[in-house]
Design a protein around this ligand. Structure first.
Ligand SMILES: Cc1cc2nc3c(=O)[nH]c(=O)nc-3n(C[C@H](O)[C@H](O)[C@H](O)COP(=O)(O)OP(=O)(O)OC[C@H]3O[C@@H](n4cnc5c(N)ncnc54)[C@H](O)[C@@H]3O)c2cc1C
Length: 457
């Protein structure tokens, strides 16, 4: 049985950041990744000769400067600073996104603007009547803004009515959760460019994780692709091909409920908690558009209930790259769903119809379809259904008590985090590996910092 001081489960941003940092400090590291490529949800691949991502991905300006400096060191000039150029469908019209005050006011019916304005003024007097997503946002933003934008989007994204979702989802997932924050975003220009610009690598978002994986391997880490973890027991990890790896310590970034399922001895209570935590799945449809770029926008946001698609992105518009072909573009349609439902199981013909109907009904240019590729991701959004907290706390208590195992990453903590959060967690986990063993106090301080993460859109 071969072994390593550190075995990392999952080669997404969190696992790779930890592997790189630990390997640079001379720790022997093995990374086990089920997929045949690195990056997890932040990885890229090619469709019709165009590099594409798993839905719209940008590196946000909220990325801590020290982390940004590390990434610049890896990517050099390939890490481009780009202006955001998205738009959002509201009230049957397209308006610029991130929102601008004039456009927003012009797009909404006058009565609605007046109501939303009055509700914003009265916001300080309102308190949520219960700790739900709907109540937190109705109190913070006002009923009008909530009902027109956030309520239908919640149903599409998470498959639940806002009244059935815990208030945490609003606090962690909606950056502008009060009328004041919305106003500041719409009217002001934050000095760090938040909401106006983003970072993006010339060869797709996945260039970040590919560079990290190369750097980790260069520092001595052994990154094994196509290697599913099927069992985690004290001091050892077993893979799908039956290999056993002795592990001084395990860093797990695989979904927390999956860790419970593969742990030995079987943790019966943790398994019961794991069964109560839900993930939303996503179908990603990549449509090849023949004849050049489809639009000049990077992303089109669709919060309304008329279509199950939440966003359409055109990856080539996220970057400046002479590698992108001039005669075609690839579009990515994001469709949140439940694993196993009718959207999840939709065949190519149904998906093609959905694409055509969407463009015809929403004032989008027709797609001159040159091909379709569909990817299905089972664990995309953690769902904070009311009551989830008790199950997550139970599962987290169990995981924190595992000898020699540390869990982190977006799915490892059942959090909605961005890539920069996942990378930060990986670095913090590696930093807690001291010569005298794992520094539990440092890790507990890091976990407190992670609790303050709020997702950027
Ligand atoms: C549609 C969408 C859009 C997003 N947009 C943005 C954005 O614009 N900006 C941003 O910063 N972030 C964005 N994110 C979030 C970003 O993708 C995640 O924060 C990031 O990928 C999390 O990294 P991670 O390493 O924690 O997890 P993951 O990327 O999920 O990596 C976990 C890895 O574990 C592997 N794994 C799972 N089970 C096993 C097993 N049993 N054995 C071995 N390996 C296993 C998986 O294959 C995967 O590679 C978006 C996410 C989605 C879904």
């Amino acid at each position: 049985m071969a072994g390593a001081e550190l075995v990392v489960l999952g080669a997404g941003p969190a696992g790779l950041a930890a592997a790189w940092r630990a390997a640079r400090r001379g720790v022997s590291v093995v990374v086990l990744e089920r997929a045949d490529r690195v990056g997890g949800m932040a990885g890229s691949f090619e469709v019709a000769g165009v590099r594409v991502d798993h839905g719209s991905h940008r590196l946000h300006p909220a990325t801590p400067p020290s982390l940004l400096a590390e990434l610049r060191g890896l990517l050099g000039d390939d890490l481009q600073l780009r202006p955001r150029n998205g738009r959002l469908r509201l009230g049957g019209r397209w308006i610029g996104f991130p929102l601008r005050f004039g456009e927003l006011a012009a797009a909404l019916p006058r009565g609605m603007v007046v109501r939303a304005g009055m509700e914003a003024v009265l916001a300080p007097l309102r308190r949520p009547r219960s700790d739900t997503y709907a109540e937190v946002l109705r109190a913070g933003l006002g009923r009008t803004l909530y009902e027109s934008m956030y309520a239908p989007y919640a149903v599409k994204l998470w498959g639940l009515d806002g009244d059935d979702i815990d208030g945490d989802q609003a606090r962690k997932r909606v950056t502008a959760d009060t009328a004041w924050k919305v106003a500041r975003r719409v009217l002001a220009r934050p000095s760090d460019g938040r909401g106006r610009v983003f970072y993006y690598p010339r060869r797709g978002f996945g260039q970040i994780v590919e560079a990290l994986a190369d750097a980790a391997a260069g520092a001595g880490a052994d990154v094994r692709l196509g290697t599913e973890v099927t069992e985690v027991a004290p001091g050892r990890v077993r893979t799908g091909s039956g290999d056993e790896i002795e592990a001084g310590r395990v860093f797990s970034t695989i979904p927390l409920p999956v860790l419970a399922r593969v742990s030995r001895p079987e943790p019966s209570e943790a398994l019961a908690d794991a069964a109560r935590l839900r993930f939303r799945a996503m179908v990603l449809v990549y449509a090849v558009h023949e004849g050049g770029r489809w639009t000049g926008f990077d992303a089109h946001y669709l919060p309304g209930p008329e279509t199950p698609v939440t966003r359409v992105s055109e990856p080539a518009n996220y970057r400046l790259s002479s590698d992108d072909p001039a005669d075609r573009s690839v579009l990515c349609f994001e469709i949140p769903c439940e694993a196993g439902d009718s959207l999840w199981n939709a065949g190519e013909d149904e998906v093609a119809t959905l694409v055509h109907e969407l463009t015809a009904r929403h004032g989008l240019p027709p797609v001159r379809l040159g091909g379709l590729e569909v990817r299905r991701l089972p664990h995309v959004y953690p769902v904070y259904e009311r009551g989830y907290r008790a199950y997550l706390e139970g599962l987290d208590r169990w995981a924190s008590g595992l000898d020699g195992v540390t869990t982190f990453g977006r799915l490892g903590l059942f959090a909605h985090d961005n890539t920069h959060h996942a990378l930060t967690m990986g670095f913090d986990a590696a930093d807690a590996l001291g010569p005298a063993g794992f520094d539990a106090a440092a890790w507990s301080r890091a976990r407190e910092r992670f609790a303050a993460h709020v997702v950027e859109d």
